[in-house]
Design a binder for this molecule. Structure first.
Ligand code: ZN
Ligand code: ZN
Length: 353
């Protein structure tokens, strides 16, 4: 069996750079030579364990180790299986982060990102991820061609930007809205950019890290607030005649940010949960009903927006400049994870073979 180099997950806090069987191409599948793969906050959370990924025992865990992490990949097709007609050898493509089953109620009604039997690339052996020299794209994966003009940065950011664009679609932004985006990582910065394409009244970003604050203006935030040295609630009430914001998009994953959102929203405001929270939230639930008549909206993955993201980048409407802060080789995966986690200058960190 042919071998390749890959990063392999064995257990919480145990990933190794080693040899792994090179994937074979079955009917309806394609194999990519990976050109790069971004590190998601979810990859780091999975690395450290966490009950939603690792469960409480081998029977109820989501992850199936040993498997290869990484869902923000792109690459060039080097092999096509029997029956593949819409893509050919030499095409540069990416696949959406979820591999839907193609058969459940959600897949059949077109809401495949909610598939009950899906795998996200990087967590199961049949959907090994992009921290490798080659990746097999299963038949039911949702593939997209990437224009030849795209840079490595643009190609890798399609996935995270798509997640942000879905959250914005969930928020249904209108011209009169004051939109608050809490957490300006790569996705949050990009959401400032894309929110502006709907011409709302104001986009306000909330962030504590200095380099992200410095980038936020360029990405379209009209006002940036830092909760470390400002009273965010007071500032937003000042900016909105004491009413609060119309839309609050939680993109930081910080549990305090959830409460902050309920507090900052105006009566009839819309709260969108996009970030993956690190812990349970305790909140005054009456704020939703008896208080403000709020709408609470979820946002999961990216829902049919990849083509729009690719178009937006191609037209120059969606910016990616500077969102990739660090690039490492696969062999340096431990250093890359550490940088993503603890370097204050990190925005999106990526790996390449
Ligand atoms: Zn991701
Ligand atoms: Zn399904």
């Amino acid at each position: 069996m042919e071998k390749m180099k890959a990063v392999v997950t064995y257990a919480p806090n145990d990933i190794r750079y080693e040899e792994y069987p090179k994937p074979e191409c079955g009917a309806g599948e394609v194999v990519l030579k990976v050109k790069g793969c971004g590190i998601c906050a979810g990859d780091i959370k999975a690395y450290h364990g966490g009950i939603r990924i690792w469960g409480t025992s081998e029977e109820n865990r989501y992850i199936e180790p040993p498997c290869i992490p990484g869902h923000e990949f792109y690459g060039e097709i080097v092999e096509t299986g029997e029956g593949v007609t819409d893509f050919g050898i030499g095409d540069t493509i990416c696949a959406e982060q979820i591999v839907p089953c193609g058969e459940c109620e959600f897949c059949k009604n077109g809401t495949y990102w909610m598939c009950k039997r899906s795998a996200v690339f990087g967590f199961k052996k049949y959907a090994n991820g992009g921290f490798a020299e080659y990746i097999r794209i299963p038949k039911t994966a949702v593939k997209h061609k990437i224009p030849k003009s795209f840079t490595q940065e643009q190609s890798i950011l399609i996935e995270p930007i798509a997640c942000g664009m879905h959250a914005l679609e969930q928020a249904n932004i209108k011209h009169e809205d004051v939109v608050v985006i809490a957490g300006l990582g790569a996705i949050g910065l990009s959401m400032c950019n894309i929110a502006n394409l709907a011409l709302p009244k104001m986009v306000i970003g909330i962030e504590v890290k200095e380099n992200r604050i410095a980038m936020a203006k360029e990405f379209g935030a009209d006002v940036i607030l830092n909760p470390k040295n400002q009273n965010v609630t007071e500032e937003i009430l000042k900016l909105t005649d004491g009413l609060g914001c119309d839309v609050y998009i939680e993109a930081s994953g910080n549990v305090n940010s959830a409460n902050q959102g309920l507090e900052l929203l105006k009566n009839h405001g819309r709260y969108v949960q996009m970030g993956v929270l690190g812990d349970l939230v305790t909140a005054d639930w009456n704020m939703i009903g008896d208080g403000k008549e709020l709408t609470i909206i979820g946002s999961h993955l990216s829902a049919r927006v990849y083509p729009a993201v690719i178009r937006g980048i191609e037209k120059g409407l969606i910016k990616t400049d500077g969102l990739i802060s660090h690039k490492f080789k696969l062999a340096e995966v431990h250093k890359a994870y550490q940088t993503a986690e603890s370097d204050p200058a990190a925005i999106k960190v990526m790996l390449e073979p």
